[in-house]
Design a protein around this ligand. Structure first.
Ligand SMILES: Cc1ncc(COP(=O)(O)O)c(C=O)c1O
Length: 450
């Protein structure tokens, strides 16, 4: 039996195996080059293109693709969420449910709108907001839910929509990781009252930099977003600029170069998705059969965009209940990385454990200083599922996005099989090591001096 790379054996996946052709992301073809040149030559650089430029075209394309009436392009996904929340015109101090396991970009816009994020633990299988826990978190101050389709899997939108309707709440999708995914036949990013997605270069629908898109079927919400993305000015096609700011708003527009790039990516999104799904499911089928490896599950009423692959590890399922899942994950992580597989954590602490939410710094202490707003209980122990998932799982990110990544994922599967064939060599290490959970550093970082 071959020796593990961690103990001096040969690596399974070498750096030179991960060529740009197989793992580079985004895939940039002559179409993107020509589109960007077209913008430079055409001279329509901004969003105010009277419907004739790339930004307007991207808005039309994304609206058509997702099956919604309106789309507004903005500068990034965080701005998209902030503008979506702003359009809802919620009273400052209103509570907004947010999953405890997500990227911080989901929760920061809530605070920026002087709204109170109320964190809700996730489901242990789908990693998305648990509708029952969401219901338990609702108070008379709750006004909206931000749903995240984490890793690319749509959340349980039927239950969350029913919950929102029962309690008169607005529903916002954060589809930053789920472009192209379906939920009961509808596209992610088309189901909420207003929805946001990110075009960051690492996303499934990337631009060559930063960008974001907002969608809604609601005419009024759309009008508010369009006003808010440029100083509250009404810049509709055919109108002369009047320099009247109809509301307090900043500048959150997308540039035509970013739009041109994304439009060519959008034209290939479904084709890439099908190839990626084949590569990923092949990989997951192989490693999901290894004892103690829990591969991600996709319920039959939805499709997964496979933006991030999260694998959980169960020591009990491996036949070693005396070892903690986190300790098993930690040794597997060392072994796989030594084999060349770039497994890594995705989020090291539930969001309420992030410094800003522990200290309630907010904007000069707001929204928490608004009279009537209660100080929340952000102890991370309140989010046991997120804690367990963060401790016992590893993710693969980005290397599988390229539709030609199949051979690299085959190598990754080989590395898993090699490590599992030698798992008995690792168990003493898992037993001996003093286990430090991934949130240790985040929760114990020294005081910063900004
Ligand atoms: C779930 C989620 N929400 C929000 C964002 C923020 O998007 P952006 O980086 O474009 O601001 C991201 C991007 O990383 C994300 O993954």
């Amino acid at each position: 039996m071959t020796k593990l790379a961690m103990f001096g054996g040969a690596k399974t996946l070498r750096r030179q195996d991960m060529t740009k052709e197989l793992t580079g992301w985004p895939v940039i073809t002559e179409e993107e080059h020509a589109a960007v040149r077209g913008v430079l030559e055409g001279g329509l650089f901004t969003s105010n293109d009277a419907g004739r430029g790339e930004v307007s075209a991207l808005q039309r394309d994304w609206a058509e693709y997702t099956g919604v009436r309106h789309c507004a392009a903005v500068s990034n996904g965080t701005a998209a969420l902030e503008l979506a929340l702003a359009a809802l015109d919620l009273e400052p101090g209103s509570e907004v449910l947010v999953p405890a396991l997500t990227f911080i970009g989901t929760a920061v816009p809530v605070v920026q709108r002087l709204l109170v994020p109320v964190f809700v633990d996730v489901d242990p299988v789908t990693f998305t907001m648990d509708p029952e826990r969401a219901e338990a978190a609702i108070t008379p101050r709750t006004k909206a839910i931000v749903v995240v389709h984490l890793h690319g899997l749509p959340a349980d939108m039927t239950a969350l929509r029913a919950l929102a309707d029962r309690h008169g709440l607005r529903l916002i999708e954060d589809a930053a990781q789920a472009q192209g995914a379906h939920y009961q036949g509808r596209r992610a990013g088309s189901i909420g009252d207003i929805n946001a997605t990110s075009l960051n270069v690492v996303k499934n629908l990337p631009t060559c930099g930063e960008g974001g898109l907002i969608t809604t079927d609601d005419d009024e919400l759309y009008e508010r977003v369009v006003l808010r993305r440029q100083f509250g000015e009404d810049l509709r096609a055919g109108k002369d600029r009047d320099y009247i700011s109809r509301m307090l708003a900043g500048n959150e527009k997308l540039s035509a170069v970013q739009a041109a790039f994304t439009r060519r990516q959008l034209a290939r999104l479904d084709e890439y998705h099908l190839l990626r799904a084949k590569n990923v499911t092949g990989f997951l089928d192989r490693i999901g059969g290894l004892p103690g490896v829990v591969a991600p599950y996709c319920p039959p009423d939805r499709t997964h965009a496979w933006h991030i692959l999260r694998l959980r590890f169960s020591a009990a399922a491996l036949g070693h209940p005396e070892i903690s899942d986190g300790a098993l994950r930690a040794v597997v992580q060392r072994a796989l990385r030594a084999e060349g597989v770039p497994v890594q954590p995705y989020q090291v602490v539930p969001l309420p454990g992030q410094r800003a939410f522990q200290r309630l710094t907010g904007l000069g202490g707001y929204p928490w200083r608004i009279p009537g707003v209660e100080r929340p209980d952000h102890r991370i122990e309140n989010f046991p599922v997120s804690l367990a998932v963060i401790d016992d799982s590893l993710t693969l990110q980005r290397i599988h996005l390229n539709p030609a990544a199949g051979p690299v994922l085959d190598r990754c599967a080989e590395a898993f099989e090699k490590v599992w064939a030698r798992i008995d060599d690792l168990l003493p290490l898992a037993r001996a090591a003093e286990h430090r959970p991934p949130w240790h550093a985040a929760m114990n970082a020294p005081e910063e001096t900004p």
